[in-house]
Structure formats: structure tokens, C-alpha cells
Design a protein. Structure first.
Lengths: 210, 267
């Protein structure tokens, strides 16, 4: 399958490019490409089977607040529009579990909990990506899966787990009618972050047991 | 929770009809700093947003007009300085770039300025779209609560305002602010204007006069139950879909114009 990977030059994106290049034809987009440009994005999604929208992972804090908010929201808007228009089957967006840091440390948080981003533009980036992608999925015509991940290490979401989760998100079948949106927490610390969306979400427990 | 009965209020988006209505209602009791991207005299050379939509007035002292771009934080921060409350009535609908700038980033800037200036009472405004032609809208539902989550879909105006509203909520809850969000949909003059008797009316309309008066109640509210409260500012219409009951209960605001002659048969 031909995959478009945005955010290809952030930590998660670099990992995804390495991983998915082995079995897929990968088209990569880094931060030097402005996803807010509809003409550019239309050419990027052409012929693509799925999009991994990783641009929102690890906001580029060198950017000013205006640009952070605009890129995350409008960039996702343009991307989802173009993907839908091009008939892209699935968009996987990656968000961050950092949005839940302000809950007490002994709470076990799953996907039903309200995100609590900090009140700065960089912290709003994953929320803007999630909400925008979700609204496109709600309207119909495109399927989207959102993965909330932690830091790419043993304390958060090890790289192998993140890649496995994305693989499964690409294959996930929606066994229901209505809008096709999935939301999953992907984290190694089951005492802090749980996933209640499916009995065995994205096979993470099997992965950890191996 | 203190009622803001007087003092200084900054209105962003003062060139639009919602803010123009608000200014009319507030000008005798508050000192207003009216702000918009354009100068009021330039705005007055143009046409109203729609027939019968209010236009701003050139303010007389102690009120003032200031040109402020809500997408520029420093300008917003400067305008908010020394205020007792802020009203964000800024909006931009059709442009796919500026809609994000004004409706999302503008909302962020106003909230950030409120926190920086120690302002707790903010009135935010936005649309409640009654029909967006997707399965997540509420068009076929009744008894839709003020707190029913907005489902904008990919509609540019609805989505960008929705994103801005989410940002406002995060600030409100994190800083224990007193944010009142007014949602509107359609507007008519209180007497229905040129509309004929029995010509019908949609389920969510508000008179321009009631639109403005609601802001007085928003500033004076003392019974907000949470940092971010949403209110449908809507006439009492018999469709059974939307209601002003929450605004009546918590703000004490009731619509004076309910458009009976429009939905009653001429017979």
C-alpha cells in the first residue's frame, strides 16, 4: 500500500518511516512542507491508500504560537479534506497522552476521560489535530483512527509498541454503522493509562506478553 | 462570584451586529472599549451583515473605538489591559484561512489575555448550527440542551468556532474563570421586520434586541455553576427543539420577542 506519512522528521515519524518502508511504498512529508496548502496536499494524497498524520506528535516549539495553532488545526483540516476528496480509505492520527498529565497521578485514565491540555499553543496541538480529524470522520466519507501515545521509551510507549499500534490501526475493521472513528490509548503503563475501547485493543496485551 | 454591574468592558469584533447590539445594551452602564479590525467609520460606509442587522455607532466618550486584530496577541493584550470583563464577538465565516485565524487563534488570544490581565468574566460567542446535513447534527431531534455538544463536521465556520470554543473551555476550567458562552443561530428584528404574518420561522431565532440584552445578564450573572457555561440565546419558540430555560434560570434573561405573528396562521 502507498502510505503518506506526515511529521516524518519528528521522533515518531522517523520511526514510522523506517518501519513502514519495509513493506509499503512510503511518501514522506516533514515540517518543511506546509500542510495548510491545499494544492500541495492534494498532490500528496493522490493515489495514497492511507495517511499516517504524525505531524501533531511533539509540537515544534521553535514555532510561534500562531503558527502552532494554525498548522495543527488548519493543516489537519486541509489534509482531511484532501484525503476524503481523493478517496483515501483511512487516516491514522497520532495524538499524545500528555494531555492527561494534570489528572492526579494515581488515576487510571482511559479514552472516556476528557483531555486537559495545558494552556499554551504547543499543548493544544494534539487536541486540534484530534478534534478536526474526528469531525471529518463524524461527517462521513473517511475513516480515522486516533492513537494517543506517550514518550517513545519504556516509561511511555516503546517504539515497537507504537509501530504495532499503527499497524493495527491501519487494519482495524469498524464493526458498526455510523461514523468511523476509533480512539485508543497506547501506553506501557497499564496502571496509569488503560484502553477500554475494545476487549483487546490493538493486541497490545499480546505484544507485552511476548 | 461578583456581579459586574459597572466598569470597563472590552468588546472584540465590535463591528459586527451581535456586538453592535451588545454595545447598545451596555453603553449606559459600562465604559466600553469597542475593538474591531477596521475603524468604525470604515465599517459604517459598508452594508449591514443582513437586512435589519444592527450597525455599530461611533462611540462617544467615555467609550472608545480601537482597531485591534484579534489574531495579534499583543494587540489583544493591550486592549484587555485595565478591563473588568471581555466580550469576544469576533467571527469570520467564509475564508478558509482567516476563519481559523479569527475563530480559533483569536479565541486563544482573548483567553490568554484574560488570564494575563487577571480578568475572570468573559463572554464568548458562537453559532449553534441547527442543520449541517450529516448524521451527527441534531436537526431531527427535540429538547436539545444548551450543553449538547456541538457536532460541526467539516463545516468551516462551525468547525473553527468549535475549535475556538474548546480552547476557551480549557482556559476557563484551568483558571477557574467565569466564562459565559452565548450561542446564536438566526436573527430577526423583534417585530419580525418585513416578514409576513404566518410565513413561518425556523426553530432557532433571536431578535436583535434580545441579543444585545443578554450581554447585560451575562456580565451580571452570579449563579454560574461551572467555569464554562453555554447558553442558547433563543426566542421562546414552540418547535420544542431549543429553549431559553437555562438562560432564564441561571442568568435571569428571558427573550422579549418570540415572533408569534410569524408562526401563527393568519386565519
Amino acid at each position: 500500500m502507498k502510505l503518506l506519512i506526515t511529521g516524518a522528521d519528528n521522533a515518531l515519524g522517523e520511526c514510522a518511516v523506517r518501519h513502514f518502508s519495509k513493506e509499503h511504498e512510503v511518501r514522506t512529508v516533514g515540517r518543511d512542507v506546509d500542510l495548510r496548502d491545499p494544492v500541495v496536499v492534494a498532490s500528496l494524497v493522490e493515489g495514497v491508500g492511507a495517511v499516517l498524520h504524525l505531524d501533531g506528535y511533539g509540537a515544534d516549539v521553535t514555532l510561534d504560537e500562531f503558527t502552532l495553532l494554525d498548522r495543527s488545526a488548519r493543516g489537519t483540516y486541509v489534509l482531511m479534506h484532501a484525503a476524503r476528496d481523493a478517496g483515501v480509505g483511512r487516516v491514522v492520527v497520532v495524538s499524545t497522552l500528555d494531555m492527561f498529565e494534570d489528572y492526579p497521578g494515581d488515576y487510571v485514565i482511559d479514552e472516556t476521560w476528557r483531555p486537559l491540555p495545558k494552556q499554551d499553543a504547543a499543548s493544544f496541538v494534539p487536541m486540534m489535530v484530534e478534534l478536526t480529524a474526528r469531525e471529518f470522520a463524524r461527517e462521513g466519507g473517511i475513516e480515522a483512527v486516533c492513537l494517543r501515545v506517550g514518550a517513545l521509551d519504556a516509561s511511555g510507549t516503546p517504539e515497537a509498541d507504537a509501530m504495532k499500534a499503527i499497524e493495527e490501526a491501519l487494519k482495524l475493521k469498524f464493526n458498526r454503522h455510523g461514523y468511523q472513528w476509533g480512539l485508543f490509548h497506547v501506553h506501557s503503563d497499564g496502571n496509569r493509562f488503560a484502553s477500554m475501547m475494545l476487549t483487546n485493543p490493538l493486541r497490545m496485551q499480546e505484544q507485552q506478553a511476548e | 462570584m461578583a456581579s459586574i454591574e459597572s466598569g470597563r468592558v472590552c468588546i472584540f469584533g465590535a463591528g459586527g451586529p451581535v456586538a453592535a447590539s451588545a454595545a447598545q445594551s451596555l453603553k449606559n452602564d459600562y465604559e466600553l472599549r469597542l475593538t474591531d479590525l477596521r475603524d468604525v467609520n470604515d465599517i459604517l460606509k459598508g452594508e449591514p451583515q443582513s437586512k435589519d442587522a444592527p450597525m455599530p455607532e461611533v462611540p462617544e466618550p467615555p467609550h472608545e473605538w480601537r482597531c485591534v486584530d484579534v489574531t495579534d496577541y499583543e494587540q489583544v493584550r493591550s486592549a484587555a489591559e485595565g478591563m473588568d470583563a471581555l466580550i469576544n464577538a469576533s467571527v469570520l465565516r467564509p475564508d478558509p484561512v482567516l476563519a481559523f485565524h479569527v475563530n480559533l487563534i483569536g479565541a486563544y488570544n482573548v483567553m490568554k489575555a484574560a488570564v494575563d490581565c487577571g480578568i475572570k468574566r468573559i463572554i464568548h460567542t458562537g453559532p449553534r448550527h441547527t442543520r449541517l446535513n450529516h448524521e451527527g447534527d441534531y436537526w431531527y431531534d427535540f429538547d436539545i440542551s444548551d450543553d449538547a455538544p456541538l457536532h460541526p463536521g467539516s463545516d468551516l465556520y462551525a468547525l473553527t468556532k468549535y475549535l475556538g470554543g474548546n480552547v476557551v473551555r480549557v482556559f476557563a476550567e484551568a483558571h477557574a474563570l467565569e466564562v459565559v458562552t452565548f450561542l446564536y443561530c438566526g436573527f430577526n428584528p423583534g417585530d419580525g421586520g418585513d416578514l409576513k404574518d404566518g410565513s413561518g420561522i425556523g426553530p432557532y431565532f433571536t431578535s436583535w434586541e434580545d441579543t444585545g440584552e443578554a450581554f447585560r445578564y451575562g456580565l451580571r450573572a452570579t449563579k454560574l455553576t461551572q467555569p464554562y457555561e453555554v447558553f442558547d440565546i433563543v426566542a421562546n419558540l414552540p418547535h420544542g427543539k431549543y429553549s431559553s430555560a437555562k438562560a432564564e434560570r441561571i442568568l435571569g434573561w428571558t427573550p422579549k420577542h418570540n415572533f408569534e405573528r410569524l408562526y401563527k396562521s393568519k386565519k
